[in-house]
Design a protein around this ligand. Structure first.
Ligand code: NAD
Length: 486
């Protein structure tokens, strides 16, 4: 395994030092083989406490929060150092996440590393102060200045599906803004975070305590981070269920909560669309990284009169994509992250059958690891469990709609509102549908919204706030208004 991970296991980064942590090590499993590939440091509560102390001290007692030029230089230095280890990081990401190799050229690795440059530029060029001019509220002439300042200590809690993308979608804007960070990654993917911690400690000038990385198999450490009053903000990505718990717990210390949660996005095919192109694109989409993406469109809404034809196209497309070794360059559909996750997907397929649906695919291929075949669920209404709940597997649910208004209604008949797609040819109809769907990102005819400057986030129970872009950067800022009598 990569030189970034010693045989004795990965380490924590606390107060600028790489440390083993107080707990035992915990095993790291390759989901494509089911085999243990090594160990990660298993932090305990005292380690989390030390990490929060270090982040607090770095924020309160150093110039980090006041020196945007230095921060920009550190972000570029980190980007370059990461690029110097890109093949080791790729190896870790494929082995630990089960991420298809081809995705590491984009959002699974190289994308978020490149995005550090975008946030460095933002730190340098952002208008930290705005002159609001002179006014005379209550008859007192005052010159007003609006100042943006970093929010303080950020607790970042992340899931396992796109660990680099999500870790950096928090670390990069948080550092650009001048906050300090305690990152608590998911127990399934400790090495992606630990490798970054090691590079920060050994190859950058990022001051001690500015970034702390605490890996653990104990979800309780996330809860500890949320509860600690020394933390000013929680930036959380994960399931809606955990997000709810995080928000409730954060209320005790009234800290800011930023949430990126689950999705059940709709792919709407209008009756003037190229049915074959649209349906096969949608079916392909749910197989990417075995459907373990919050923004994947997993409900396919097709005109009722084309339902059977769409089912046939989707089933054939899904059957043509064989799950396989993520290390191979051509693999799109790798394994699910764990046996537990595979069992969860299978329970959803059982629920679809029990509710009267037809399930095509969904078997376990003859492979080691946690693979499942891409699957089509047909014959169910939008109220079915598989259409309402997030499955997080390569499962497409096909639903009939009765025209554009009905498609909008069905797309919005969901607790979620994270992403979605619309396919058609008439620009006026497309615009009406786009405007009608309540969701944070939307792709039209295959357009791609993912980039550093594009804010991403959810309506409804898909989250609160936006990640990436200027909006994502400003999540980490406070606003101070200064009025000077004149
Ligand atoms: P999860 O909610 O189980 O865990 C996410 C993180 O929260 C982990 O680090 C976990 O240790 C931590 N955690 C668990 N309980 C906690 C608690 N009580 N307090 C604080 N932290 C706690 O999610 P997961 O299974 O790791 O990831 C899959 C989920 O993430 C899916 O629902 C997916 O949609 C969502 N997700 C959302 C986005 C987005 O940007 N909207 C992106 C990726 C994944």
């Amino acid at each position: 395994m990569s030189n970034l991970i010693p045989d004795s296991g990965s380490q924590l980064l606390i107060g600028g030092k790489l440390v083993p942590g107080q707990g035992n090590l915990f095993g790291n499993i390759n989901p494509a083989t089911g085999e243990q590939i090594g160990y990660a440091a298993n932090a305990g509560p005292a380690d989390m406490d030390a990490a929060i102390t270090a982040a607090r001290t770095a924020f309160d007692a150093t110039d980090w929060s006041r020196d945007a030029g230095f921060r920009a230089a550190c972000l570029r230095q980190l980007r370059d150092a990461l690029r110097g280890h890109i093949e080791e990081l790729r190896e870790i990401t494929i082995a630990e996440v089960g991420a298809p190799r081809m995705l590491t050229a984009g959002p699974q690795l190289e994308g978020p590393i490149g995005d550090l440059g975008y946030f460095a530029d933002l730190a340098e060029n952002y208008s930290w102060e705005t002159d609001l001019g002179i006014a005379s509220p209550m008859g007192i002439k005052s010159s007003r200045r609006l100042r943006r300042e970093p929010i303080g200590v950020v607790g970042a809690i992340t899931p396992w599906n796109f660990p680099h993308q999500i870790n950096f979608a928090k670390i990069s804007p948080a550092l650009a803004a001048g906050t300090t960070v305690v990152l608590k990654p998911a127990p399934d993917t400790p090495w992606c975070a630990a490798a970054v911690g090691r590079i920060i400690a050994e190859e950058t000038d990022i001051p001690a305590g500015v970034v702390n990385i605490v890996t653990s198999d104990d979800h309780g450490l996330g809860a500890q981070l949320v509860a600690d009053p020394r933390v000013d903000m929680i930036s959380f990505t994960g399931s809606t269920r955990t997000g709810r718990t995080v928000m409730a717990a954060a209320a005790q210390s009234l800290k800011k909560v930023f949430l990126e949660l689950g999705g059940k996005s709709a792919f709407i095919v209008l009756d003037d669309a190229d049915l074959k192109a649209a349906v096969s694109y949608a079916a392909f989409g749910v197989t990417v990284h075995a459907g373990q993406g919050c923004a994947i469109s997993t409900r396919l809404l097709v005109p009722r009169e084309h339902y059977d034809e769409a089912a046939d196209i989707a089933a054939r497309t899904l059957a043509g994509i064989r799950p396989g070794n993520p290390d191979r360059p051509g693999t799109v559909c790798g394994p699910l992250i764990s046996e537990q996750q595979r069992a969860r997907v299978e329970r959803y397929l059982d629920s679809a059958r029990a509710e009267g649906g037809t399930v095509t695919g969904g078997n376990r291929p003859d492979l080691p690891g946690y693979f499942i075949e891409p699957t089509l669920v047909a014959g169910l209404p939008n109220s079915a469990t598989v259409a309402q709940e997030e499955i997080f597997g390569p499962v497409l649910t096909l639903i009939a709609h009765d025209g554009d208004d009905d498609a909008i209604r069905l797309a919005n008949d969901s607790p979620y509102g994270l992403s979605g797609s619309v396919w058609g040819t008439d620009p006026a109809r497309l615009r009406t549908v786009v405007n009608g769907v309540r969701t944070g990102t939307l792709s039209v005819n295959g357009g791609v919204w993912y980039s550093a400057d594009a804010p991403f986030g959810g309506y409804k129970q898909s989250g609160i706030g936006r990640e990436m872009g200027i909006a994502g950067f400003e999540e980490y800022l406070e606003t101070k208004l200064i009025a000077t009598g004149c």
